[in-house]
Design a protein around this ligand. Structure first.
Ligand code: ARG
Length: 446
C-alpha cells in the first residue's frame, strides 16, 4: 500500500523528506528520549481521559517494543521519513494500526523535539560533569603524591619561582571544578518541560503537564509556550561548558607537551598515550595531548555555529533549529572523549622528580626570595631590594657574602598563605578537595 493511502501519511505530509531536510542520522541518537517523552505523554493522555486506557496501553506497549527493536539493532530506519519522531511514529502505525494516531493528540513535533533535546542535554551534561569529576580525582591523586616535588613555576614560560608540583596539578583541579559546575548549570537550564506548548500557542486539551514533568524528571514546566518551542539556550549553555572545558584541557595538554619534551623532561607519557615516529626511532610523540588541544577548535566552532543559527530567528519554531543537533552532539562527543583521554593520560603519566628539582636549582629562580630577605631582615623598601638583587642576577654587582643560603625548599615553605605553594598549604588544599569530591558524590553531583 503506498504511504499516501494510509492514515499514517498525515504524520509526514504528502512529500517524503529529501536528503536535504533529513536529520535522522543525527537525531536518532535521541531515540531513548523520544520514546520516554512519548510514553509519558501517552500516560498523561490516558490519565486525563483524553485517550482511552486500552489505546494508551497499546501505544505504550508498541513504544516499548520499538525501543527494544532499536536497542537490538533490528529497527528499520527510514531516512525518507525525515527524523526520529516520524520514524518511531510510523513504526507504531505498523505495530498497532490506527490507534497510533492518538499519540500525537495535543502535541506538535515542535514541543516534542524541544522535550527530547532537553532530556538529551540533561543526560549528557550529567555525564560530562561526572567526567570532569573523574579528571579532578585523577589530578588530585597525582597532586597528593607530589606535594613536596619541587618544580619551576613559569610566567611567560620563563622560570619564575619554585613551586610544589602538587600545587601545579591543583591549579588544574580548580579549573575542572568550575567546568563541572558549568555542566551542572547547563543541566539546570535544560531542566524544564516544554511539552504542552503544542506548535507554539499551547494545547487545547486539559493536560497535566506537572505529571509529565515528574515522569520525565523535569523539575519545572515552561512558563511561555512560544519561548518553550523556540528556546535553545540550554544547548548554548551546554556547548559553552564544553568549550570552556576544552580550553582548560588544551592548556593542560600544552603543559604536558612542554613537560614531556626532551628539553624539559619533567614527565614521561605512558605508551598508551604516546606514539613513536615512523621515521625517527627516538621519538615519543604526545599524540593524545596534541589531539585534545587540536579538537578544542571543533567545539568552539560548534558554539559559534549554534549562536549564529539562533540569532536571526523570529518567534517561534523555525526549521533552522534542526541545525542545533549536529554541533550539540559533536561537542558532546568531543568533550567527553577528550575528558576520558585526559583522565587516562594523567593517571599514567610518570613524573621525573629529579629533572624537576634540577631545574629548580640555582640562585636566579630564588631572586624574589633574596629580595624578600632584604625587605624582611634589613628593612629595605621592596623596590630597592629588587634593584640590588637584579644587579647581582645581571652580573652588574657581586653578591655580598652576608646573604644567607636560601634553597628552593625554603622558597616554597615561605609561601605559607591560603592558596600558596607551601607544602602544608598544598596538603590542606588537597584534603579540602577530597572532601569536596566526596560531597559531590554524596549529593549526586558527580
Ligand atoms: N526534525 C525537526 C527538528 O529537529 C523536528 C521538528 C520539526 N517540526 C516542524 N515543524 N517541521 O527540529
Amino acid at each position: 500500500m503506498p504511504m499516501s493511502d494510509s492514515p499514517s501519511s498525515s504524520i509526514r505530509g504528502s512529500e517524503l523528506a529529501s536528503d536535504f531536510t533529513v536529520s535522522l542520522d543525527i537525531d536518532k541518537r535521541m531515540y531513548r528520549e523520544d520514546i520516554a517523552g512519548s510514553i509519558a505523554h501517552a500516560e498523561m493522555l490516558g490519565k486525563q481521559g483524553i485517550v482511552s486506557s486500552e489505546d494508551v496501553e497499546a501505544i505504550i506497549e508498541g513504544l516499548r517494543r520499538i525501543r527494544e527493536e532499536i536497542e537490538a539493532g533490528e529497527f528499520e530506519w527510514k531516512p525518507e521519513l525525515e527524523d526520529i519522531h516520524i520514524n518511531v511514529e510510523a513504526r507504531l502505525y505498523e505495530l498497532i494500526g490506527d490507534t497510533a494516531g492518538r499519540l500525537h493528540t495535543a502535541r506538535s513535533r515542535n514541543d516534542q523535539v524541544a522535550t527530547d533535546a532537553r532530556l538529551y542535554v540533561k543526560r549528557v551534561a550529567g555525564e560530562c560533569r561526572a567526567l570532569c569529576r573523574e579528571l579532578q580525582r585523577a589530578l588530585l591523586d597525582r597532586a597528593e603524591e607530589n606535594v613536596t616535588t619541587i618544580v619551576p613555576g613559569y610566567t611567560h614560560l620563563q622560570r619564575a619561582q619554585p613551586v610544589s608540583f602538587g600545587h601545579v596539578l591543583m591549579a588544574y583541579y580548580e579549573m575542572f571544578g568550575r567546568d563541572a559546575e558549568a555542566f551542572g548549570s547547563a543541566r539546570a537550564t535544560a531542566d524544564m518541560l516544554p511539552l504542552g506548548s503544542g506548535a507554539l500557542a499551547g494545547a487545547t486539551y486539559p493536560l497535566d503537564q506537572e505529571f509529565v514533568a515528574e515522569r520525565l524528571g523535569f523539575s519545572t514546566v515552561s512558563a511561555n509556550s512560544m519561548d518553550a518551542v523556540s528556546d535553545r539556550d540550554f544547548v548554548l549553555d551546554f556547548i559553552f561548558a564544553a568549550a570552556k572545558t576544552m580550553t582548560h584541557l588544551s592548556r593542560l595538554c600544552e603543559d604536558i607537551v612542554v613537560w614531556s619534551s626532551e628539553e624539559f623532561g619533567f614527565v614521561r607519557l605512558s605508551d598508551a598515550y604516546s606514539s613513536g615516529s615512523s621515521m625517527m626511532p627516538q621519538k615519543r610523540n604526545p599524540d593524545y595531548a596534541e589531539l585534545i588541544r587540536g579538537k578544542s577548535g571543533r567545539v568552539f566552532g560548534s558554539l559559534m555555529s549554534v549562536m549564529t543559527t539562533l540569532k536571526g530567528l523570529p518567534l517561534t519554531y523555525n526549521r533552522d533549529l534542526q541545525e542545533d543537533k549536529p554541533p550539540l552532539m559533536d561537542a558532546y562527543d568531543t568533550v567527553a572523549a577528550s575528558l576520558a583521554a585526559a583522565v587516562g593520560m594523567v593517571r599514567e603519566i610518570s613524573v621525573n622528580r629529579d629533572r624537576m628539582e634540577a631545574a629548580s636549582q640555582g640562585d636566579e629562580i630564588l631572586a624574589t626570595d633574596y629580595a624578600d630577605y632584604l625587605v624582611r631582615e634589613r628593612g629595605m623598601p621592596f623596590r630597592e631590594a629588587y634593584v640590588r638583587v637584579a644587579a647581582i642576577v645581571h652580573g652588574e654587582s657581586a653578591s655580598d657574602s652576608d646573604y644567607p643560603t636560601i634553597t628552593a625548599l625554603d622558597s616554597i615553605n615561605a609561601r605559607d598563605i591560603p592558596g600558596g605553594t607551601a607544602p602544608w598549604r598544598v596538603r590542606e588544599a588537597i584534603m579540602r578537595a577530597y572532601g569536596e569530591l566526596g560531597s559531590a558524590r554524596l549529593s549526586g553531583e558527580w
